[in-house]
Ligand binder design. Structure first.
Ligand code: IPM
Ligand code: MN
Length: 369
């Protein structure tokens, strides 16, 4: 059996707590013959800053380049509010995304039947929801230069961020979205602000061209990003795949996440391109929720998004689709049995903490044989 090199970067806040639950699942898969893993672990974010003065060390980056897949917990927290911009915790995550060229961020928002009540929308709007947000992750305003704050002569300051996209960046993310749509309901909504932004004009044009020349069998619709946000809370089930830029994708994926009941439910995959010779694809998997410093260290965090991220790694990096199905079924199973962490709790359910939820998922995995 192939051994998969996994790098664990727990990070900050609730990151280490939810990662501890993933480690249990990894151990279970290993000992039950589903997969064989070799595990490395390192620091990222504020934890790395405290230790090394940088939010990710060159050593950890080398491990990241060497890994078959990376699992990351979360970065950031108020403790590091005053550190320099270049060494803030988030810069560690952004360096991983940029240096590994993880341009395609897949954020599936799936509403488990057992959780439809936990959503802030009415049950019939979200029950059965299955949207995939494909977010461009290595371009746009996150990385565009100039990115500055300048002192002006009159005591004022001027801040500049730059939204930049080149056509190849839009082409490759559009391809990922269209290809994934073909494995689902075959529909893509592309979203931008072509009524205000030049990058939006180019985005729409390039997506249309890629569609016309390679994917005319897929249904394509363009929506302005503000309208798309509105449609996501008005009638989310109209969507299959949404493809969008880095910043709009950041915002819309938080909205989509909350539709499913809690931010604590959503995994994500950040993928590079497939290397021609090896067929390998660099990949990082992380929950969409952040570091949640307010509940960190209290054993309250929901580990499902983190465990689901391992499931995505099994599916997209390790070719372990069957084991991933089993893990997803175990998650659905414990939810159906009524186990709830605080973020998804409702009356009459069984309240569990982080480890309780992890243990329940392991027990369910065990049952399935
Ligand atoms: C996310 C996060 C990050 C982002 C932060 C932590 C830099 O919000 O992955 O959605 O803005 O991309
Ligand atoms: Mn975000």
């Amino acid at each position: 059996m192939a051994t998969h090199k996994l790098l664990l970067l727990p990070g900050d806040g609730i990151g280490p707590e939810v990662m501890a639950e993933v480690k249990k699942v990894v151990g279970w898969l290993d000992s039950h013959g589903f997969a064989s893993f070799s595990i490395e672990e390192d620091l990222v974010g504020g934890a790395a800053y405290d230790e090394n003065g940088v939010p990710i060390s060159d050593d950890a980056m080398a491990k990241a380049f060497d890994a078959d897949a990376i699992l990351l917990g979360a970065v950031g927290g108020p403790k590091w509010n005053t550190v320099g911009f270049d060494v803030r915790p988030e810069a560690g995550l952004l360096r991983l995304r940029k240096d590994l060229q993880l341009f395609a961020n897949l954020r599936p928002a799936v509403c488990y039947p057992a959780l439809a009540e936990a959503s802030s929308l009415k049950r019939d709007l979200v029950e059965g929801l299955d949207v995939l947000i494909v977010r461009e992750l290595t371009g746009g305003v996150y990385f565009g230069e100039p990115k500055t704050i300048t002192d002006l002569l009159d005591g004022q300051k001027r801040a500049v961020d730059t939204q930049v996209y080149e056509s190849y960046e839009i082409e490759r993310i559009a391809r990922v979205a269209f290809e994934l749509a073909r494995t689902r309901s075959n529909r893509v909504v592309s979203t931008e602000k072509h009524n205000v932004m030049k990058t939006g004009v180019l985005w729409k044009q390039v997506v249309s061209e890629v569609h016309g020349s390679e994917f005319s069998d897929v249904q394509l619709e363009h929506q302005l990003a503000d309208s798309c946000g509105m449609q996501l809370v008005r009638n989310p089930k109209q969507f299959d795949v949404i493809v969008t830029d880095n910043l709009f994708g950041d915002i819309l994926s938080d909205v989509a996440a909350m539709l499913t009941g809690s931010l604590g439910m959503l995994p994500s995959a950040s993928l590079g391109s497939v290397e021609e010779i090896s067929g390998r694809r660099r990949a990082l998997y992380e929950p969409v929720h952040g570091a949640a410093p307010d509940i960190a260290g209290k054993g309250l965090a929901n580990p499902i998004a983190m465990i689901g991220s391992l499931g995505m790694a099994m599916r997209y990096s390790f070719g372990l689709g069957e084991a991933a199905d089993k893990l997803d079924a175990a998650i659905a199973g414990v939810l159906a049995q009524g186990y709830r962490t605080a973020d998804i709790y409702s009356d009459g359910m069984t309240r569990v903490g982080t480890t309780g939820m992890g243990d329940a998922i392991l027990a369910e995995l065990g049952k399935a044989g």
